[in-house]
Design a binder for this molecule. Sequence first.
Ligand SMILES: Cc1ncc(COP(=O)(O)O)c(C=O)c1O
Length: 258
Amino acid sequence: MRSQKLSEQDLSTPDRQKLDRFYEEVQVESKRFLGYPCNGLFDYSPLFRFLQYPLNNVGDPYLPSNYHLNTHAFECEVLEIFQTLTEAPAGSTWGYVTNGGTEGNHYGLFLARELLPGGMVYYSQDAHYSIDKILRCLNLRSIMIRSHPDGRMDLEDLRETLRIHRDVPPIVCATIGTTMKGAVDDIAGIQDIFRDLAIHRHYIHADAALGGMMLPFVDNPPPWNFKAGIDSISISGHKMVGSPIPCGVGLAKRAMWI
Ligand SMILES: Cc1ncc(COP(=O)(O)O)c(C=O)c1O
């Protein structure tokens, strides 16, 4: 498989110069780049030696794979850590390491669609733009709910909208840390509305791309996780984790797993 190794010397001069120029640009830009909440304080050098192998985590991380060059054992460890961080009981979630927050949202909303066919998705004005794209990809019906000025979903608007559509199972896509304002949608308040309106079949997906690696480390966070009653969650690796390669974590209650 590794019969011919490409080394730096094999690059043409223009290609090497192109890479050198880009390296210089990255060094400069990384010092003055502002406005995005991403962690740049990391050192993955102990992992560099693994980049010479075609590792691939194809398949379910919890099942044996024919592709032996995988890191499923590490992936399961990561998932267990995030299960704990999101306050799910041990062994109660299934998930995988994704390519980012968007993919985890896609997976959560896909599960919701399979579990509640014909369901309606409710998401706020401040939800990330990936949600709109995913709704179109999955051909899901949806209604956008107003946001408060601070970015939280307006639960009065949600309540009124759900009241009108009580015959359609709701799928609420709650944002746990909106991209622009860091607002956290009120999961407990959403559960209260389901209870008040006697809606028994429902699904809450948490887009915690941003907040999922902050709230576990905050004193007295608002209800946001599995303990608060969400059914699935997506966390991005491109923000607080600080991953230079596509990365995220998607988790869902094992009972929901398809
Ligand atoms: C709230 C929210 N959801 C989803 C995403 C998308 O995450 P990713 O870039 O990891 O796909 C972001 C990223 O900005 C976000 O802030």
